[in-house]
Design a protein around this ligand. Structure first.
Ligand code: ADE
Length: 229
């Protein structure tokens, strides 16, 4: 998968993709993540500005149409994109189902929102999907782009050592994951559930499903309602 992220703050995105699983995925050639500084596409060669005051009476700066159009048009001349995503608090709320289907894509662009937002004509003409990572407002869309990228890349076949690991995640099947434990089996008298030490795979799997259902019932009953719909 090739992910192009367009941002006015590339430095925020330096860290998240340069360690652990996402770094390894890039080294193995399973994912390519390219960060593009929107200022490189500015029409203002001197100050590299990419924002301007909003028309009307609302306060705050707006990301200009031309640098974004230039950036997206340039990228589109290099490859075909499955989706041009805009990160914004008023987009569709991101979830595991969306991550699962988007992980099949070959190429995506993620445009990080900033300031008051982007000129609305970009949303009408260039953006194919708008995503929010939750009902709260961040200072910009960069962290949202990092969250989306991380969740997609880990689902690419070959990225996780244990392919099955992704299937037992929270939210797969709209269930929270069962509790997990490691050695020692008894720490200060805090014991690991006996069943996990039994070696009986069928019984362990049944227990895990029961636990997943119980935790979901207690913590996220809304997911069970969705499951029964
Ligand atoms: N930009 C600011 N807040 C955001 C959010 N919650 N999700 C996506 N992008 C954002």
């Amino acid at each position: 998968m090739h992910i192009d992220i367009i941002t006015v703050l590339p430095e925020i995105l330096q860290g998240p993709f340069d360690c652990s699983i996402i770094k390894r995925a890039q080294k193995q050639g399973l994912a390519e993540i390219e960060i593009h500084n929107l200022r490189d596409y500015s029409t203002d060669l001197k100050h590299r500005r990419v924002d301007d005051a909003a028309f009307g009476f609302s306060a705050g700066m707006v990301m200009q149409i031309e640098p974004i159009d230039r950036a997206i048009t340039h990228l589109k001349s290099l490859r075909h994109y499955d989706e041009v995503i805009y990160t914004s608090p008023d987009g569709e709320t991101f979830n595991q189902g969306m991550a699962n289907s988007m992980s099949m894509y070959e190429n995506i662009i993620i445009l990080c929102g900033h300031y008051k937002g982007i000129d609305h004509r970009i949303r009408e003409h260039l953006i194919t999907k708008e995503i929010s990572i939750g009902d709260y407002v961040l200072t910009g869309g960069e962290l949202a782009a990092a969250v989306i990228t991380d969740s997609l890349v880990r689902l690419i076949p070959g990225v996780l050592h244990d392919e099955q690991a992704a299937f037992s995640d929270c939210f797969q099947d709209d269930l929270l994951a069962a509790p997990i434990y490691t050695r020692p089996a008894d720490y200060k008298g805090w014991k690991v559930p006996e069943i996990l030490l039994s070696g009986n795979e069928r019984k362990v799997r049944e227990w895990e499903l029961e636990q997943a259902l119980e935790r979901t019932r207690q913590l996220r009953p809304d997911l069970l309602e969705k499951r029964n719909m």
